[in-house]
Design a protein around this ligand. Sequence first.
Ligand code: 173
Length: 321
Amino acid sequence: MRGKFALGLAAAIFAHSSGNAQEVTLRAVTAFAEKTTYSRGFETFIERVNADGKGTIQINYIGGPKAMPPFEVGNALKTGVVDIANTTGAFTTNVMPESDAWKLTERPMSELRKNGGYDYMAKLYAEKMNAIFLARLVDNNPFHLYLNKPIAGPDLTGLKIRITPVYRDFFQALGATVVQTPPGEVYTSLERGVVDGYGWPITGIFDLGWHEKTKYRVDPGFYTAEVSVLVNKTTWDKLTDVQRVVLMKAAERGEAEAISEFSAENAKDTKRQAEAGIQTIKFEGATAETYRAKAYQAGWEGIIKQSPEHGPKIREFFSKK
Ligand code: 173
């Protein structure tokens, strides 16, 4: 993790600070339920900022989806209703369609911060969302299809599946009927039989009790989940260098920890799912290859359709093919 991040940090440290500003307090929200898997990294980030930033910068954690619906977070950040947010690209496509492309990265952030991929996306966040993309706190965390009806192969014809933009193009390509919901509606949708399954990463299904309503997980996984810290750019521009460094230090630490943290979490939850009686429907060999290839093909086609201008360029930075 000694790429652009570190250089930017050093530059900010040595730049002149603008006088002795007072302590500033930023308003923060998360798109995921408080104290669950995908808010945890952000909560650690906030603790670090509040410890390190005493007298200079503090974060007031307003909360999660009870305070603000997940799909509204991008716009709230853009307009400055909140100063800082923990969210994922799939929840902010209404302000920036390209944000959903993070799920397709086949390179770690340490590499994307050097190869121009981060810079390209950061410019789009600044222009379209009025946001600074501070750090990716979730990576190396595959998505899966979870089902309550068995399937014999990669064909979802006749099944109704809960989605977000992450899964839409892929599950539709497999023949599914899709219905978009925020995470907060997954449990009742399963309970009422409104859906036959859902997309979600390998970790976190225990947070809201979904394991009670889940029979099967389909392997292999596909893509990698992304959850990141974004800062309103107008707020950022008003901060002093000292205040920015507090944020950047906590951001750099969080991003550096993500890959190893999730490799442990992934293993833990895979085991826990089996112990909870969730059976795996495992595609192998050529079927698995085709399934994953279809995921990426449908995913990129979707991004490029949404953004013919930027999609192909983003693909060059993110993809291995
Ligand atoms: O399934 C979802 O709600 C979703 O898009 C997502 C994205 C990142 C992490 C967890 C879930």
